[in-house]
Design a protein around this ligand. Structure first.
Ligand code: SF4
Length: 334
């Protein structure tokens, strides 16, 4: 992949944030598509981007996955995978009505928010969902109880909320928000609705929290932060904002080709991080480009080790079982 030309040789150090890149939910979703391509006879359809990164989507498309926006593009009886961001119950019902075989790659931490929404709705609460209205995850969660859920994304909106029974308000949050901004919004909600209930902390997932903690530490010690991630990736956008909020110049880039040489003028230390849906090879390409004119030191700045893994969806395991049995039966006995 070619990189922009004109890099100034002033760079002393590249600092890589850790953790960065793929989270457990994204790794699982990609594995779901890859395994499905192996074990399911016939085409594999994926509704929407499996994760918000076009490099990931393109790689899976090359392996044979067919990406669609809506279920009416999937032939009756075919297999469809739902993305890591989750879906509303209406989409699940639609899939059933169309006779589709479903494999659900929704991240378990998103499913947890859906379950909370179902419970609060059942118990008669009005649910304030803090998140971005047009994000797939929020659309999916809202679909659990559209008549009970109100989406807000700012302190100002929290201040303006009206007409609720103050004794029956609950809040939930999207999994990939800014930890700091969300805390401020929840503080307003707690002041305005003292009886409000919500999850024990908030729903922001471990991967979002860890990547934001890492970019904060990173941004404090570099002149420029490059965040690898897609423009429609919520968690990648938040990483750029968190770095910029500390007064450090920060840019969100899809890949190395987006780097502008003028960003690097007079820059001695560059920090690099990546959103939870960004493959590591894109980070390596950026490091190679930044190292192409000088020989800066490359250092890892790790704030926490992650060892989270999620099991594969039961639907996939059910489909895979016969082929595993066939494989076992055809193996020579020892
Ligand atoms: S960012 Fe968090 S909620 Fe989203 S897929 Fe990754 S682990 Fe799951």
């Amino acid at each position: 992949m070619s990189a922009p030309s004109g890099l100034r040789p002033a760079l002393d150090e590249i600092v890589l944030a850790g953790p960065r890149g793929f989270c457990a939910g994204v790794e699982r979703a990609i594995e779901v598509v890859e395994r499905a391509l192996d074990v399911v006879g016939g085409p594999i359809y994926v509704r929407r981007e499996i994760v918000h990164n076009r490099h990931v989507v393109e790689a899976l498309r090359e392996k044979g996955a067919i990406f669609v926006e809506e279920l009416d593009e999937v032939p009756a009886g075919a297999t469809v995978i739902f993305s890591a961001h989750g879906i509303s119950p209406a989409v699940r019902d639609d899939a059933r009505a169309r006779g589709l075989r479903v494999i659900d790659a929704t991240c378990p931490l998103v499913t947890k928010v859906h379950v909370e929404a179902q419970r609060y709705a059942r118990e008669g609460y009005t649910i304030v969902l803090v998140g971005h209205e047009d994000h797939d995850e929020v659309i999916g969660t809202t679909g659990e109880a559209p008549e009970r859920i109100m989406v807000i994304e700012s302190v100002e909106e929290a201040e303006r909320l009206e007409g609720e029974n103050p004794e029956k308000v609950a809040y939930l949050t999207q999994t990939t928000l800014s930890v700091d901004d969300t805390r401020a919004i929840i503080e307003v909600l707690r002041r305005r609705f003292p009886a409000i209930v919500g999850p024990s902390k908030d729903d922001i997932c471990y991967a979002t929290q860890n990547r934001q903690a890492a970019v904060k530490k990173l941004a404090a010690g570099v002149d420029l932060v490059l965040v690898l991630g897609a423009a429609n990736s919520s968690n990648a956008n938040r990483l750029r904002e968190v770095a910029a909020a500390l007064g450090t110049r920060a840019h969100l880039i899809n890949d190395v080709r987006d780097i502008k040489s003028e960003w690097l003028e007079g820059v001695a230390r560059v920090g690099v991080t990546a959103g939870a849906s960004t493959p590591e090879f894109l980070v390596r390409e950026v490091v190679a480009y930044l190292s192409s004119h000088t020989s800066p030191a490359v250092r890892e700045l790790n704030v926490v080790e992650e060892d989270v893994r999620f099991g594969l969806p039961h639907e996939l395991l059910e489909i895979a079982r016969p082929s595993v049995r066939r494989l076992a039966a055809s193996s020579p006995s020892s």
